[in-house]
Ligand binder design. Structure first.
Ligand code: C2E
Ligand code: MG
Ligand code: MG
Ligand code: MG
Length: 287
């Protein structure tokens, strides 16, 4: 009995590992064709100014519509894209699309805000960032200040010489830089003043537990650092009125999260229904 159940376990274990490997290998193979087969699309999540009651910007987030696996989450395919280097052409495409759409929003008088794109270390390592940003701005005619790049502490710390020189060059074009997931990466606190950034984004894990005093202390600390270094601060992952109220009471007015708006297709962003909800939620948190 014991022997046969042991054998079953071995078979199950092998199948599990095999199954995972083959999904990853399949995704890796399919990812190579995804760009030319137009399987990517971009959703936009609002950053809301809770003081002025209007949108302060949008974050562009990549989505992959796989032909038979449905929507694959970026949490799954971005690491594969990074490992294979496919993230470089994907980011080039993304920058082009985002700048083109934002230019149209400006021209149509819909929004006059900055749209951000997430960066991977591989993009810096490839030394092509300046070229892709220049291309995207030139072909769209968008002004540099209306584009923002989101980096993380680990990107900045991995090879400071490589990242800082490229960040400096794109900033010379007016492009903004924000530090994503701030507080979770390799701590760069000691060198934060050397990294050219305009904004700190408080990681959603802090916001999620902002009912806990320890996390409140961290949030207040980040807001304080931002103020001292003259940086903007955005809270990520704001889902409830309590979180919004706490952040507002501590002087963080820029909010991003499901409470204000989910990542949406351009048509949904333009239709503006989310704005009504954001304003209503805004009023609720001001009470
Ligand atoms: P991120 O840059 O920190 O993006 C924020 C993530 O939090 C997004 O997940 C967003 O949908 C989610 N989010 C926003 N508000 C809330 C909320 O209120 N509650 C909760 N629970 N989640 C919220 P998403 O779109 O799945 O992206 C995950 C990560 O994948 C991103 O984290 C980013 O690191 C990466 N990523 C997405 N698109 C790209 C891209 O184009 N290039 C690169 N390099 N990375 C990307
Ligand atoms: Mg981000
Ligand atoms: Mg983030
Ligand atoms: Mg995150």
């Amino acid at each position: 009995q014991a022997k046969s159940s042991g054998k079953d376990k071995t078979v199950f274990f092998n199948a599990g590992i095999g199954g995972q490997l083959s999904r990853k290998m399949e995704l890796e193979k399919d990812l190579r064709l995804a760009l030319e087969h137009r399987q990517f699309f971009i959703v936009y999540q609002p950053k809301w100014d809770a003081k002025l009651g209007r949108e302060a910007g949008f974050e562009a987030l990549l989505r992959w519509q796989h032909p038979d696996k449905g929507i694959v989450s970026p949490g799954e395919f971005i690491p594969i894209a990074e490992e294979t280097g496919l993230i470089v052409p994907m980011t080039r495409w993304m920058l082009g699309e985002v700048c083109r759409l934002n230019r149209r929003w400006h021209d149509e008088g819909l929004f006059r805000v900055c749209v951000s794109v997430n960066m991977s270390y591989r993009v810096f390592e490839s030394m092509t960032l300046l070229d892709m940003v220049e291309d995207a701005l030139r072909s769209s005619g968008l002004e540099g200040a209306m584009l923002e790049l989101e980096i993380t502490e680990s990107i900045a710390m991995k090879n400071m010489a490589i990242t800082l020189s490229q960040l400096q060059r794109v900033r010379d074009l007016g492009v903004k830089v924000s530090m994503d997931d701030f507080g979770t990466g390799h701590s760069s606190l000691g060198r934060l003043d050397e990294i050219p950034v305009d904004t700190l984004k408080i990681d959603q894990s802090f916001v999620k537990s902002s009912d806990r005093v320890s996390k409140q202390a961290l949030i207040v600390g980040i807001i304080g650092i931002a103020r001292l270094l003259d940086l903007e601060v955005v809270a990520e992952g704001v889902e409830t009125v309590e979180q919004a109220e706490f952040l507002l009471s501590r002087g963080c007015v820029l909010m991003q999260g499901y409470y204000y708006g989910r990542p949406m297709l351009p048509e949904e962003v333009e239709a503006g229904a989310w704005k009504l909800a954001a304003v209503t939620n805004q009023a609720a948190s001001a009470d």
